[in-house]
Unconditional design. Structure first.
Length: 254
């Protein structure tokens, strides 16, 4: 089995692969400080809960945007599973040409998403990842990273709204029944949802216009991406496990 770990600013998403297929999916919180033993025990216990044994894990691959937990996480995998993880970064084979960009300046999550989008759906493609930040990354038909756009994520925008305005409450982020809101909560939900829908449509259209790739595929991923993808005709595919698939593809390339 292969463990693929997508370390984001909010959550660590763990995919368990057997013969290139995801058989289990877990999420744990990133922001809780953990030692290598704690990481190892948490991961081992999650596997056992699903009837899987640590001895079945033969390899691991990590894509991370949180450098300060990497030593403990990698050490936990070595101590409890006996595997030294492949860590996505400079020097790792990905099949994506970053062009003039410095590999050290491009987040591992963005590279992994581009790998999956290009290998699974073909290029040219635009991959949108709805995470702590929402990223729009474009890859050409030849596997070259052409351009990227970064905006605040949906939950990040919501946090700023209720933390910055004393009388606004914390709300659930959902699609409201109507944009014609009649109370504070539904008005916030309408603003957040339709704001990101309008943003998504405009950025896709503008990137297509300026790149000349009018027919490129658009793939969305990320926790809140499904809600947006269902409302935006310009998004062709929603793939919840795109990043994990990209990690598996990168592992195979090594």
């Amino acid at each position: 089995m292969l463990l693929a770990l997508d370390v984001g600013n909010t959550n660590i998403t763990i995919g368990v692969f057997r013969r290139k297929e995801i058989i289990e999916l877990f999420r744990i919180t990133t922001k809780i400080p953990r030692t290598s033993d704690e990481f190892g025990l948490v991961l081992a216990n999650l596997l056992r809960e699903k009837g899987l044994q640590c001895e079945e894990v033969k390899a691991a691959v990590i894509g991370s945007v949180v450098p300060n937990i990497m030593h403990s996480l990698a050490s936990g995998l070595i101590k409890y599973f006996g595997v030294k993880p492949i860590i996505v970064g400079p020097g790792i084979k990905t099949g994506i040409n970053l062009g003039r960009l410095n590999p050290r300046e491009v987040g591992a999550d963005r590279i992994v998403d581009l790998v999956a989008g290009y290998e699974i759906y073909g290029g040219p493609a635009l991959v949108i990842d709805y995470g702590t930040a929402t990223t729009y990354d474009m890859v050409t038909e030849h596997g070259v990273f052409l351009a990227g756009v970064t905006v605040p994520g949906i939950r990040t925008s919501a946090n700023a709204l209720w933390q910055g305005a004393a009388r606004l409450p914390e709300i659930e982020i959902v699609k409201p029944k109507t944009i014609l809101a009649h109370n504070t909560i539904s008005s916030m939900q309408a603003g957040l949802f339709y704001g990101v829908v309008g943003e998504t449509k405009h950025i896709i259209q503008q990137m297509k216009l300026e790149s000349g790739y009018h027919e490129m595929k658009v793939i969305a991923t990320g926790g809140l991406g499904k809600m947006v993808a269902d409302a935006v005709d310009e998004i062709d595919y929603y793939d919840e496990t795109l990043t994990l698939k990209g990690l598996e593809i990168i592992y195979e390339k090594q």
